[in-house]
Design a protein around this ligand. Sequence first.
Ligand code: PLP
Length: 478
Amino acid sequence: MQLDQRADAVMEALRGYFDSAARSEGQTIRQSPAAEILEALDAEAGLRDGFSADGWARFAERYLSYVTRLHDPRYMAHQSAVTNFGGFAGGVLDTAVNNPMAIYEMGPAAAALEVFVLNWMIEKVGWTPMPVPPQSAEPGSYAGGVLTHGGSLAQLTALLAARAHSAPESWEEGVSDDLVLLVPEEAHYSAKRAGAILGLGAKSVRALPADADMRVDPDRVPGFVESLIDDGKRIMAIVGNAGCTSAGLYDPLDEIGQFCNAEGHWFHVDGAHGGSALLVERLKPLMRGLERADSMIWDGHKLLRAPSLCAAVLVKDHRTLDGAFAQDASYLFHEKDNPGVDFLGRSVECTKAGLSLRLFATLATEGERAIGDYIDSRTQLAVDAAQLIDTEPDFEVAIRPETNIVCFAYSPHEDQLTIRNALIQDGDFYITTTEYRGRRWLRFALMNPDTTLDQVRAVLDRIRSVAKGLSEASATGA
Ligand SMILES: Cc1ncc(COP(=O)(O)O)c(C=O)c1O
């Protein structure tokens, strides 16, 4: 590989992209037809003949003109990280050397960093970190983990460990029809999907009782579980949300955890989004009871700012994860004379990117305190935004935010989806919608570190004006 003027051209194009996104030049989201994009990119010619150095410069510039600009402060849509320099540098280093590091010999630097960042997370949770080889590891109850390509795969991996614990025969025999997985009403679909993939059947993924805000209602959990057991069901795992996707709310983890620990049920916490509250002293109480969990997922590529994909599966006892993919667990550290760690036995993936580098480099750009400050400031901005929206007579807020997610509605207009679609057409601001408490809401996920209340005020004004346009169009039958 040669880093010649093509690399300079790509860097130059990226410089231009970052500068113009930060200044909010152009659109945040631009939904051009796929055929137009392929033509503009000269995709046919590139594939056929390869790009010249000039072709590369043109390609990079044009490609960047069609991307969705997360680095524009008007980006307030999905929970994807707005990356910093470290994410960029880590991604470049990782893809350049291409060390698929699931076995140590194929990527010792990435594998060593994976142990390091997992232990950093484990310590935040309050569990016992893994020993770092060559330190000898006696079999015992220290924690474990693995980084996966995304939260959905992390969810599947953690729930596989739950299945191995609660129904160990499943690996050999398949899954019996008495097994149920209990998830919050507001569970991310990856939890339900994992249950179906693990062979329970979607019907055996049951929703836990919820309170009026759609948090798990811990007072009704024991009765609900008891009635399932009376019906002959076996509980595979009980899941709690640390930040649900729709409104960002935290379930009462301590109460659910106490019940699970007392009754011997596997307790899994989905902290893909909200796990990052562990970095902020004033937000940590939201995670109270997390240490009672048997497993947890926590995405690096959401509030920790790492580039996609990078998610962690963490387990309180490493043996549960080591045993998840086969019943005769061969413990990672004892298997062979290895100066490091083979992660192969802990993950669905065989070939695995150096995900740790993306997360480590992101954190190491400014240090963990700065990432904590970022999470704190995005959460505070969500609270401030909700307060601002609440004072506007034509808007309504669904619930006080607990993380950087705000659900709200433009009251005079019934159809929030149409408003959002019109806003996307417009392209300056990018927000999403969600279903929550049986209604559709507009939704901000305030991920960009440079978004302020000015952008929030501006998007409210733009919502008013697109809604007015929609009403006028429907009045004139246009
Ligand atoms: C709470 C929660 N869990 C799991 C996931 C799935 O994570 P990923 O998008 O990394 O697959 C998401 C995604 O938004 C989420 O919000």
